[in-house]
Write a protein that binds this ligand. Structure first.
Ligand code: HEC
Length: 451
């Protein structure tokens, strides 16, 4: 049986056909080339590979944040004995880029992302060679010292910014010891009394709740929130978000925060769990030259659609802006029939550029892909964003719960959705030019340093 649906393959072919265009995409070129090198093919590894000498460090840096006692991973991968038991599964999961969970294609569009957990091709080959060689331990004396994990009760951004200005807590929820996934969506007052520009946001599950909090998104509610907008999202391993200096993402006065928490029951009951969001503000007199907001962009015009039993569907949304903008992050959203989503730019001069693609979508994970400062795409007035989503209601889609059903748009997991959350900084002509010049200057500096 084929693992990838036919539609998905067509998608991939179509997308790679336009890949070459992106090579001329200059902003952030220097770093983009370095990032692309991480994912370039490497020669198979012929030398002896051991757990102590090679693999332990890869697991420490990429896996143990979730795969440790009390983490959300189904098993611990701290020791040689633990990793050995799972060796075969580890190999397939990393080769298919299912683990670490981060569905972002390595060969389409911008590769320079913040908080990027993807393994390098070198690391994948190292793990594969280790498993093929029988998963030997090697000399334990060579093993790196165990990682000291940060105190989970503390906000990690407090080291940089001090205690948060505001902490918003979800209403308590008791996660049972077993059963199906749970969704908890309380709306709570923030106590913020005047509009303020946010400097940083960090979402933190409780210590007991860490192992069952799969992800936690939050958005604004309330009259003064200007129709809402997303506040932040949490997935284990991500520290938080810092709003670039010069931009202002507003925390509205007298608003509420709506949580969207995905709990995943795991063996023990967690009573009265609360997720906390720490918010740091810029000083009261800071206004920021440009407004940044994180809002929802439809691929279906906000209208309904139906996917036939055993059928497929493609949705597309075109969006343009009346000022120049910088796209700071992109988060696809759909459920079990969504298999892929992409974002492209249609330039006013007719050229198409690939920005991002997820061709291995999983509704278990909701990641916001945040572009590195110099890689974040810039759009001038007249350029358009093009979002495309592909749905597969056939049995080829491994996440499909029931290919015999008609599927319509709706909130339930069994329904579908078609939108992306995108953080946009709204610039003006002057701000746009300034960013272009700053990037050019940094590129010159970097190439001088290389010479
Ligand atoms: C962000 C948290 C997270 C990170 C980081 C992570 N995992 Fe996982 N892992 C999970 C969760 C949750 C599951 C179970 C659900 C799933 O398969 O998606 C899982 C499942 C797995 C499985 C499948 C277990 C089974 O039952 O078959 C393997 C193997 C695995 N992970 C290995 C790894 C390796 C190796 C790394 C690092 C290279 C890694 N994981 C990084 C959270 C994580």
């Amino acid at each position: 049986m084929q693992l990838v649906s036919i539609d998905r393959l067509i998608t991939r072919v179509v997308m790679s056909g336009t890949l070459a265009v992106l090579a001329t995409f200059t902003p952030g070129q220097v770093t983009a080339q370095q990032s692309a090198a991480r994912f370039a093919a490497v020669a198979p590894i012929e030398r002896e590979v051991t757990f102590a000498g090679d693999v332990a460090e890869i697991l420490q840096q990429n896996c143990q944040v979730c795969h440790q006692p009390g983490g959300i991973g189904p098993m611990s991968l701290l020791t040689y004995q633990e990793a050995r038991r799972w060796a075969a599964r580890i190999k397939t999961q990393v080769e298919q880029r299912e683990m670490p969970p981060y569905q972002y294609d390595t060969d389409v569009g911008i590769q320079d992302l913040k908080y990027d957990p993807r393994l390098s091709e070198q690391d994948i080959q190292t793990i594969a060679a280790w498993v093929e060689q029988g998963a030997p331990e090697g000399d334990p004396a060579l093993a790196p010292p165990p990682v000291v994990w940060p105190d989970p009760t503390r906000f990690r951004m407090a080291d940089q910014f001090g205690p948060p200005d505001v902490i918003v807590r979800s209403d308590p929820y008791t996660v049972p010891a077993g059963g199906q996934d749970r969704w908890w969506q309380p709306v709570v007052d923030t106590g913020i009394t005047g509009n303020r520009c946010i400097r940083a946001i960090e979402t933190k599950p409780s210590v007991a709740g860490r192992s069952v909090t799969h992800h936690a998104n939050s958005s604004w509610r309330g009259a003064e929130a200007g129709g809402g907008g997303q506040l932040s999202e949490y997935a284990l391993g991500k520290i938080g978000e810092i709003i670039p200096e010069g931009a202002c993402r507003t925390a509205p006065a007298n608003g509420q925060v709506a949580f969207d928490i995905h709990y995943w029951p795991k063996d023990v009951e967690v009573a009265n769990d609360q997720v906390e969001i720490g918010i740091w503000f810029y000083p009261e007199d800071y206004t920021g030259a440009y407004r940044q907001n994180l809002t929802l962009y439809f691929l279906n015009g906000g209208r309904g659609f139906d996917i036939a039993p055993h059928g497929t569907l493609m949705t597309q949304g075109f969006h343009q802006f009346n000022t120049p903008v910088r796209i700071d992050s992109w988060q696809p959203h759909g459920h079990t029939r969504l298999v892929a989503m992409s974002m492209q730019i249609l330039r006013a001069n007719g050229r198409t550029e690939n920005v991002s693609m997820v061709s291995n979508w999983s509704a278990l994970w909701h990641h916001s892909h945040i572009y590195a400062d110099d890689a974040a795409p810039l759009l001038n007035v007249g350029d358009k964003l093009l979002l495309t989503g592909w749905y597969d209601n056939t049995e080829n889609n491994k996440y499909n719960p029931d290919p015999d059903q008609w599927v319509s748009i709706g909130d339930r997991t069994a329904d579908e959705m078609s939108h992306a959350w995108i953080a946009v900084t709204h610039l003006d002509e002057e701000g746009y030019q300034e960013i272009v010049e700053q990037r050019a200057a940094r590129r010159r500096l970097a190439s001088e340093q290389q010479d």
